[in-house]
Design a protein around this ligand. Structure first.
Ligand code: ADP
Ligand code: MG
Length: 691
């Protein structure tokens, strides 16, 4: 019954149902889990003598006098008192009728917020009514839930609906099953489900307001725990379902491996070799690989991906590689085409910017299996893309995608009896506790070593007042043969403004540095143009590339050793680290100049201090977590499925580990509860995983 659509409640019209959907309320049970945003805390009949400013009160008293004051602003003052003390009611808008009704001796019940007035405490524009007897019950707090709303839905409507469902559950306890076993409730001192919901929707008068307000009541924690538990179960179940599916075995072909490695212009690092070994083992089994590579910017993840691709290709399977930007897709396309030239494995590029004809042709080649390696942006998981025998999926810079997109691409390759191997890569490490929410379905490999000979990038933080000086410095460096990027970051989340800023800087620099060859690259350029420009930069036909943040991830040009970032104070730590990672790839000294506009906010100051003090991505990620909190950290650029109904990765951080442990316990002992929990907490969000 609770699993039915809200519309099946007699009091819900089609209109209301549509509006409720905007609040994420689809099923009747969703009403129960739509928790108050906050509570109005009203203290009833308190002692007038012991009030303090800020309190929201409901008091009763007798009118002592009423008067009209003509000071700066005309106002009506009405003093009321009871045996505990007196207080003024002040009105700036009033009429004679009101004045006449407030005769001395009249009994009033009134409510409002206490504030400090000139002559003592007062309530401005209280709500009041004339009563026949003073209510002098002992002091009581009244906590009224305030719900998140959407247009066309009133507080009272929600309260009413929620209470209707709660009452129903009270009468028929079998409707709402508590999936947490008694032992767990006892272990954590949690209330039963229905009690928890009751106390959050209708807190009783003894409930501690601060616990409700901070979301630290046992009732709230219990729900947050259940939600984390469910998320964890979902990820674990997903993993186990994946692993039950069969995957194609990739046999390692020693000759091809040698040929590939020998053709590389460098020696692989020990860390790269170790991770390649882990991948070989994974792929040699008939259950699908689900592996995440974490490795700092510049640690050489791409070549590991290419080797993984080779494993599939050598066994005549297709490989898909997904990147977050077109620029990165193009770069990979170039690199892979180069690496696999001698192997005759055709590489296709699929981005959103292809012409209709090219796109059609590419789709045909992908479907026929002629294209062996397919590289693209999220265009890869659009409906029209069909593969012939896709058995390996590689996702680069995974942190830029949501879990959603990752699972959608996986679904492309999946048939009733077959699962693809999957490799995801990221330069943004996330702490272990949070990994459970994101990557619990993946095994993790870490590339904890940079290629030999890399020098730390020398980072300077400079006020943009010194722009001219900086331009001089660039002139000098470029004359010495350096190449660099000048990045103008997003001003707002708008491609256009972003582009405008870059264009302006481009004109300025072209004027100040007439003898330099300067290019401009931005997100609105056609794929091909960007590509051409990058090629010219790489071929040293350009000295300086003015860019928007399109170059943030992945871009790899070894000669580039100057990175100037304007408005660095606007960027987050991981973005700064990523951008800085575009230089320091060659053997010469590299510089990163971070320009800021004064005055700096303290948080921006801290960020710049951190980025200047270390080049270590793991350290930076830790600091980032400390500064921003987990919610922000995993919230950025992640889509819907990351969000929780109730729990919060920061406020409820202490529940993450226990919830994960409980998830393993459930998997073993209560597998039957997993589905209903997922229905309850993830509902519609799970659809993508079931395809
Ligand atoms: P990221 O891990 O940030 O994706 P890339 O894969 O783009 O890093 O590698 C950065 C650069 O380092 C590339 O030019 C790549 O060819 C080069 N590279 C990769 N591995 C090594 C190595 N073992 N020794 C020297 N250079 C390497
Ligand atoms: Mg990369």
């Amino acid at each position: 019954m609770l699993n039915q659509a809200v519309i099946s409640l007699i009091t819900v019209s089609t209109n209301t149902a549509q509006r409720l959907e905007k609040l994420g309320i689809f099923l009747i049970q969703d009403l129960l889990f739509h928790l108050p945003l906050r509570y109005e805390n009203q203290i009833k009949n308190c002692n007038i003598g012991s009030l303090s400013p800020g309190q929201q009160v409901l008091i009763s008293g007798q009118v002592e006098f009423v008067d009209i004051l003509r000071r700066k602003k005309r106002s009506m003052i009405c003093r009321i008192s009871n045996q505990t003390g007196s207080i003024d009611l002040r009105f700036f808008h009033f009429n004679t009728q009101q004045f006449n009704a407030l005769k001395p001796g009249t009994l009033l019940s009134c409510s409002g917020v206490i504030r400090q007035g000139y002559a003592g405490l007062e309530i401005v524009h209280p709500q009041y009514k004339i009563v026949t007897a003073m209510d002098l019950q002992p002091e009581q707090q009244i906590l009224t839930p305030v719900y998140p709303l959407t247009e066309g839905i009133k507080q009272s409507t929600l309260r009413h609906l929620i209470n209707q469902v709660l009452n129903l559950c009270q009468q028929q306890p079998e409707l709402l099953i508590d999936y947490l076993p008694e032992t767990i409730l006892q272990q954590y001192h949690y209330p039963k489900l229905l009690d928890a919901l009751q106390s959050l929707h209708n807190p009783d008068k003894n409930m501690r307001y601060d616990l409700l307000e901070n979301k630290t009541s046992p009732a709230f924690k219990r729900l947050a725990f259940e939600e984390f538990l469910t998320r964890s179960l979902f990820m674990l179940q997903h993993k186990s379902q994946q692993q039950q599916g069969k995957a194609s075995v990739f046999k390692t072909n020693i000759n091809l491996k040698k040929q590939f490695i020998n053709a590389l212009p460098f020696q692989l690092t020990a860390a790269q070799q170790r991770v390649m070994g882990e991948i070989e083992v994974d792929c040699s089994q008939s259950k699908p690989m689900l592996r995440l590579i974490q490795g700092d910017v510049g640690s050489g993840k791409t070549v590991v991906a290419a080797y993984t691709a080779l494993l599939a290709l050598a066994n005549h399977y297709q490989v898909a590689i997904m990147t977050p930007t077109e620029l990165l897709a193009e770069q990979h396309h170039r690199n892979f085409s180069h690496w696999f030239k001698d192997f005759a494995y055709p590489v296709a590029l699929l981005t959103g910017q292809l012409t209709t004809a090219t796109r059609k042709q590419t789709l045909i080649e992908i479907a026929s299996g002629k294209a062996k390696i397919v590289i693209g942006t999220h265009a890869l998981f659009q409906e029209a893309v069909n593969f012939s025998n896709l058995e390996l999926i590689i996702i680069d810079e995974q942190h830029r995608f949501g879990v959603h997109q990752r699972l959608a691409l996986r679904a492309k390759a999946q048939s009733a009896d077959k699962r693809p191997h999957q490799l995801v890569m990221t330069a943004t490490p996330i702490p272990r506790t949070l990994a459970m929410l994101h990557y619990a379905d993946l095994d993790i490999s870490i590339i904890d070593q940079l290629p030999q000979g890399r020098k730390a990038v020398i980072t300077r933080v400079i006020s943009s007042d010194r722009r001219l000086e900086i331009i001089e410095r660039i002139r000098y460096r470029i004359a010495q043969g350096y190449q660099g990027y000048w990045v103008c970051p997003l001003i707002e989340e708008s491609e256009n403004l972003d582009y405008e800023a870059a264009k302006k800087t481009f004109s300025q620099l072209s004027l100040s540095l007439p003898q330099m060859r300067i290019g401009l690259i931005h997100g609105r350029m056609k794929s091909g143009e960007k590509n051409k420009l990058m090629q010219r930069f790489k071929a040293r036909e350009l000295d300086l590339l003015v860019a928007t943040t399109v170059i943030e991830v992945g871009v790899d040009v070894a000669n580039a050793s100057l990175m100037i970032i304007e408005n660095a104070e606007r960027l987050g730590l991981s973005q700064l680290h990523q951008l800085r990672g575009r230089v320091g790839r060659g053997s010469q000294d590299s510089y990163c100049l971070l320009l800021y506009q004064s005055p700096l906010k303290p948080i921006a100051q801290q960020r710049l201090r951190i980025i200047r003090s270390t080049n270590d991505g793991f350290k930076i990620a830790e600091e980032d977590l400390r500064l921003r909190g987990a919610g922000e950290l995993i919230g950025t650029r992640q889509t819907g499925s990351q969000q929780f109904k109730i729990a919060h990765p920061d406020n409820d951080r202490e529940l993450l580990m226990p919830a994960q442990q409980t998830a393993y316990h459930f998997l073993q002992h209560y597998p039957i509860l997993i589905e209903p929990l997922i229905k309850r907490w993830l509902g519609a969000a799970t659809d993508y995983a079931e395809v």
